[in-house]
Write a protein that binds this ligand. Structure first.
Ligand SMILES: [Fe+2]
Length: 234
């Protein structure tokens, strides 16, 4: 059968694009019966959920004092920022990080996840279950116990900060902590209380959300709210 004439430039382009797409699909389906070869996984990314007390595939829990850290991510007007990615990393109960540069790395608690990630919900809330970090030697002094935070949200400036704990004796010796003004220290320092102090319904919720094997009664809890700056704000 005779092909219809291509009457206009548009017809030619249309015919070409359909033809190109058709030939691409044809090319990609000629070996459809051959399954893509599989390869072993690696490098292995760590477990990165918001429960740092448990590493997938391991049966034992992390050692240390269990700690829930929760809060709200909001803008400077106090509006909750949903969909923010909140990441934390910290030492294990001995003050050891999960990276090769830590000279005690070999002794790190293998059941501690070290790094966690959470996305804020519609109300801007986030929560982690972790352990209370320990101080560690740094240079000639110490870093007081802290949790590193990084928070991202499109339309907002990225925030990198560190969270500290009220009453830690090494806070006063920590160079980075001392660089902060009194007001700044207040905004990145939280008090901890027994998790049994929160409403029983919240305790139930914590237990079910985290499938707790360690009872909430043995855990601490603290609130750390975070304020992000909108990109258009100077
Ligand atoms: Fe640190």
């Amino acid at each position: 059968m005779k092909k219809p004439a291509l009457n206009s430039r548009r017809d030619v382009i249309k015919a070409l694009s359909i033809g190109t797409a058709t030939s691409l699909v044809a090319a990609s389906t000629t070996r459809a019966e051959s399954v893509t070869p599989s390869q072993t996984e690696g490098p292995f990314y760590p477990d990165i959920d918001n429960d740092l007390t448990f590493v997938n595939s391991r049966k034992d829990r992390a050692k240390g004092d269990y700690l829930y850290v929760y809060g709200i991510v909001q803008d400077t007007e106090g509006n909750p920022v949903n969909g923010s990615l909140v990441e934390i990393w910290q030492t294990d109960f001995q003050g050891i990080y999960d990276h090769a540069g830590d000279e005690n790395h070999a002794k790190k608690d293998p059941n501690f996840q070290s790094f966690g990630r959470c996305v804020t919900n519609a109300q801007g809330h986030y929560i982690f279950k972790t352990i209370r970090p320990r101080y560690y030697a740094a240079g000639r002094g110490f870093r007081t116990p802290h949790i590193h935070y990084k928070v991202w949200r499109r339309g907002f400036h990225d925030l990198t900060t560190q969270l500290y704990f009220e009453g830690e004796s090494k806070n006063a010796e920590d160079g980075l902590y001392r660089q902060l003004s009194d007001d700044e220290q207040k905004r990145v320092t939280i008090s901890l209380r027994p998790a049994t102090d929160v409403h029983p319904k919240v305790q139930e919720r914590l237990s079910s959300d985290f499938k707790d094997q360690a009872p909430v009664s043995h855990s601490l809890i603290g609130r750390f709210d975070i304020v992000l700056k909108i990109v258009s704000e100077s």
